[in-house]
Write a protein that binds this ligand. Sequence first.
Ligand SMILES: Nc1ncnc2c1ncn2[C@@H]1O[C@H](COP(=O)(O)OP(=O)(O)OP(=O)(O)O)[C@@H](O)[C@H]1O
Length: 295
Amino acid sequence: MIHCEGLVKIYKTADLEVVALQGLDLTVEDGELMAIIGNSGSGKSTLLNMLGGLDKPSAGKLRVGGRDLLTFRERELVAYKRELVGFVWQNNARNLIPYLTAMENVELPMLLHGKRRRERARELLEAVGLGGKMKNRLSELSGGEQQRVAIAIALSNRPRLLLADEPTGSLDSRTSEQVLDLFRELNRTTGITIVIVTHDPLLARKVDRVVQIRDGKTSAEILRKGQGSGEQDGLEVAAEQQEDSHVEYAVLDKAGRLQIPAGYLEDGGFHRSNKVRVEVEDGKIVLYPPDKDSA
Ligand SMILES: Nc1ncnc2c1ncn2[C@@H]1O[C@H](COP(=O)(O)OP(=O)(O)OP(=O)(O)O)[C@@H](O)[C@H]1O
């Protein structure tokens, strides 16, 4: 679904250039449910904006659903945003109107696109578990319910890719769980590819793969062991077991470069030098600090 290679984004302001993405590589398969994590300023939202066609990369390759986002003309971009992607943001106010009902809020964007709407709006609200609250005004719904309305709107054009920027950022942990369960459910039942940007550590349990961005580059991946076993990691699973159910991968790029998590380097005594010794022992690639005896 998504293929980024060497993706670069430079923001230019009057007296400053900010390199927000510096050669980012990422591949997301059709039907994946994955999360992107990273510190503030690491480039997560920038990446999401590129994926959604809201902003254009400065260089690199970016294909989504078979379309090349670097060579898009304006008309292709409009079609892409209308047909292929849906967005969910942290801040509902961006999409929703408080004095309209849930139903009207879902109908409105469809009306703007000139589509038949009542039946579809009902279907969407039922899909996000709000069948019983369609006539409630937005202001009468909880934060989690409002977020469900936003998700229903994002799904209205039947996107193949759903992009969510901090979708649980303003919700308490129980409500966050429910919204994440909804993402899982939608992913399983409709096969929609979902990419979630988050700070929320809870998410690692709810998605198949977590990719960490550091300084505008993918630096590590954490995969759920035994894909599709989501049902078994219910909320009652103890914390130690949750940690066991994931395995961390560093990303190896085409040139053979590997970014090793800083903590491992620190623990292994690698931080004193910019060189490592590489040896093959019993079929394993082993890294040592340059003064091997101190390894
Ligand atoms: N429109 C812009 N103009 C200039 N610089 C920008 C712009 N948007 C983002 N940046 C810079 O690009 C870098 C990456 O920002 P980005 O918002 O993608 O990070 P993030 O990982 O999403 O952070 P957060 O978790 O705080 O939202 C930051 O240094 C940011 O200041």
